[in-house]
Design a protein around this ligand. Sequence first.
Ligand code: SAH
Length: 217
Amino acid sequence: MARSIDYRLAREKMVKRQLIPRGIKDPEVLEAMGKVPRDLFVEEALGGETYNDHPLPIGHNQTISQPYIVALMTEALELTGDEKVLEIGTGSGYQTAILAELSYKVYTVERIRALMVGARSILARLNYNNILFKAFDGTLGWKEYEPYDAIIITAGSPKLPQPLLDQLAEGGRLIIPIGDMSSQELIKMTNRRGRYIEKNLGGCRFVNLIGVHGWKE
Ligand code: SAH
């Protein structure tokens, strides 16, 4: 008989041991991280590792980010519930679910159609109805619905794609990992009446952002 894993308990431990001690404070972010079933976004065979303190493979050479990084980036977006959020790099759809919990509407873009389709089906099963999906090069943004109050890029880029900055609303926040292919710095840009305030949130390691304004294929 298969041993069933208590995922709810695993989630609680993750919040208490990985997120709170490292300084994640926003109660809404902690609540969302404690609620969204990350186990549904990873392959069943990896189930026991779902809530561990590291990224996991999701196929197509891509990864689902470490829980702490998801929480850190989400907290930095300063969501209050009524934002339009643009996400580049849907991947498994896990980060998308966290964003959907904390904002009004999420526009998520993924360049690998199969990943987008998989994420869309899990997120529909979880009854999220405030997410729009697009299989496209996200370095171009999603012009149709601009401007966005928050933009999150979950793949590493050599530079900040200009179209994404252009689609950020006044007062809006954008988070992107910028660096070389093996390591990056998490950069936050805040749009203050067309002037951009830059903040470095620390080192990280993401798969490549591939596109017109990212890495070449
Ligand atoms: N947030 C995701 C992490 C996925 S990894 C999760 O929680 O699972 C990064 C994703 O970015 C990959 O799925 C990759 O295919 C995607 N990606 C890379 N370049 C992209 C681009 N230009 N536009 C859209 N998605 C891109």
